[in-house]
Design a protein around this ligand. Structure first.
Ligand SMILES: Cc1ncc(COP(=O)(O)O)c(C=O)c1O
Length: 413
C-alpha cells in the first residue's frame, strides 16, 4: 500500500501510529513504502542504502525476484492449510534445508523466538526421556539474545536489562556462563544439565564471534557429559557469516539448530532442525503450531534458501565482510571492526554509535546501533564493494559530526 492511495499526509500517518500502536520501537522519521535490492524508498521516493537488511532478514535482497515470484505463484494455489494434509512447499523446503546443512529433521515455526522455544523444548524433552525428570537444565551465554517469549527470554543471558526486568520470575532451568570462556561453561555443568546453547556470533550482544577453540571445546564438553549442543542461528543462519550455517564454517556440528530471518527472505518463518536422535523427543501432541509450515511462508523460504545457495551468497558475504572490516578499521575513533561475514560490528573509543546511526540516516544510509559504542552492519548478502565504499564515506562524515558533538558536550559538562 502506498501513502498516496490513503489520502493521508505523512504526518497524519505517523500520528495514527503514535495514537494507536503500542510502541516499543524508536521510529525512524520516514515511511518505508517500497524496497528493491539494496534500497528502501520513502514516500517521497528517496532511496535509503540498506545496511540493516530488515534486521538480517532480506539476505537475498529486498523483494528478491525469485522470492516474490514464489509468493505470487503460491498465492494462486493455497495460502494456509492445517498441518494434516501434505503440502508441496513444506516437503521441498524440508529436504532442501536438511540436505544442505546435514540435519535429519525440521520442525517449522513462525519466528526466531519460536524456533528457540522449539529447540529448548526438544532438548528438555530429550533429557527427561533419556535421563529422567531432573535433566532439564540448559547453560547459555552471558550477553546472549534468544528472543522475547518466556523460554527464549529466560535463555537470554541479560538479567537486569529491559529484556527481563519487570516481568517477574523467569522460566527456571537456565544458567549463564561467560561467552568464549570454556572453563566457565564447564563449571556451570551439573547433574541436571542437558544442553549448552549459544549463538555462534553474538549479534544483539555487540557482534562477538565465538572462537574456534571455544566451539570445539563445547562440542567435546557436551559429548563427555551426554549433553546436547544447541546453536541459535536465527541471525547467523543462511549465508550471513560466510557459510550456509555458521556451524559449517566452524566445522562443528550441533545436535540441533534454530533458524529464522534470512530463511524466509522477508516472509515470517522459523524452524528448528535436529539430528534424528534428538528429534525423536517430539511425538504426536508434544509440540505444534497453527501457522508453522504455512504454505506461503514455506514457498518463499524455499525460494530464499535456494537463491542463497545457488548464487553462493555466502561467498559474497565472506568477501564483502572482510572488505568492510578493513575499511571500517581505517576510520577515526574505530577501536575495533569485527564479525564474521556480513555480521559486522564497529566499536568506537567514545560513545557515539547512536549519533553515528542518526548521522547515517540523515544521509540516507541505514545501519543499527547496539548500545552507544557499537554500530552493526547486516546488509543483504548481495551488497557490492561500491556500496560499501559509499557506506564508509558516509560513516566517516557521521563519525566526524558525532565526535564533534561528543567533545562539545564533554567540554560543557
Ligand atoms: C540470535 C537471535 N535469536 C533469536 C532472535 C529472535 O528472533 P525473532 O525476533 O524472529 O523472534 C533474534 C532476533 O534478533 C536473534 O538475533
Amino acid at each position: 500500500m502506498r501513502l498516496e492511495s490513503t489520502g493521508l499526509t505523512p504526518q497524519e500517518l505517523k500520528d495514527m501510529v503514535n495514537q494507536y500502536m503500542v510502541e516499543t520501537y524508536e521510529r525512524y522519521d520516514f515511511i518505508a513504502e517500497r524496497a528493491e535490492g539494496m534500497y528502501i524508498y520513502d514516500e517521497e521516493g528517496n532511496a535509503y542504502l540498506d545496511f540493516y537488511g530488515g534486521v538480517a532478514v532480506n539476505s537475498p535482497g529486498n523483494r528478491n525476484e525469485r522470492v516474490v515470484a514464489a509468493i505470487k505463484d503460491q498465492l494462486d494455489d493455497i495460502v494456509h492449510t492445517f498441518n494434516y494434509p501434505y503440502t508441496v512447499p513444506q516437503a521441498l523446503l524440508a529436504k532442501k534445508i536438511c540436505d544442505t546443512i546435514g540435519m535429519d529433521k525440521i520442525f517449522y515455526q513462525n519466528s526466531g523466538t519460536e524456533a528457540n522455544e522449539c529447540m529448548i523444548k526438544m532438548a528438555r524433552k530429550y533429557g527427561v526421556d533419556h535421563f529422567g525428570p531432573e535433566r532439564y537444565h540448559i547453560i547459555t551465554a552471558k550477553n546472549s539474545f534468544h528472543g522475547r517469549t518466556y523460554g527464549a527470554m529466560a535463555a537470554t543471558g541479560q538479567p537486569g536489562t529491559a529484556i527481563q526486568d519487570g516481568f517477574g520470575a523467569m522460566l527456571p532451568g537456565f544458567s549463564y556462563a561467560e561467552f568464549n570462556n570454556l572453563e566457565d561453561f564447564a563449571s556451570k555443568v551439573t547433574e541436571h544439565t542437558i544442553a549448552i546453547m549459544i549463538e555462534p556470533v553474538q549479534g544483539e550482544g555487540g557482534v562477538h564471534p565465538a572462537a574456534q577453540e571455544f566451539v570445539e571445546g563445547l562440542r567435546k564438553l557436551c559429548d563427555e557429559h551426554d549433553m546436547l549442543l544447541l546453536f541459535d542461528e536465527v541471525q547467523t543462519g543462511w549465508g550471513r557469516t560466510g557459510s550456509p550455517m555458521a556451524y559449517m564454517g566452524y566445522k562443528v556440528k550441533p545436535d540441533a539448530v534454530s533458524m529464522a530471518k534470512a530463511m524466509g527472505g522477508g516472509m515470517p518463518i522459523g524452524a528448528c532442525c535436529a539430528t534424528e536422535k534428538v528429534a525423536k523427543a517430539f511425538t504426536a501432541g508434544t509440540h505444534g503450531s497453527t501457522y508453522g509450515g504455512h504454505a506461503l511462508a514455506c514457498a518463499a523460504a524455499y525460494a530464499s534458501v535456494s537463491e542463497i545457495i545457488d548464487k553462493d551468497l555466502s561467498k559474497n558475504a565472506y568477501e564483502m565482510g572482510e572488505y568492510m572490516k578493513k575499511q571500517l578499521a581505517k576510520l577515526p575513533h574505530v577501536k575495533e571492526a569485527r564479525g564474521r561475514g556480513l555480521l559486522v560490528g564497529c566499536e568506537y573509543d567514545i560513545p557515539i554509535a547512536v549519533d553515528v546511526k542518526h548521522g547515517c540516516l540523515d544521509r540516507l544510509v541505514l545501519i543499527t546501533a547496539i548500545g552507544n559504542n557499537v554500530n552493526r552492519m547486516i546488509p543483504p548478502l548481495i551488497v557490492t564493494k561500491k556500496q560499501i565504499d559509499k557506506l564508509i564515506r558516509i560513516m566517516r562524515a557521521a563519525i566526524a559530526d558525532a565526535a564533534e558533538k561528543y567533545y562539545a558536550m564533554d567540554m560543557a559538562s
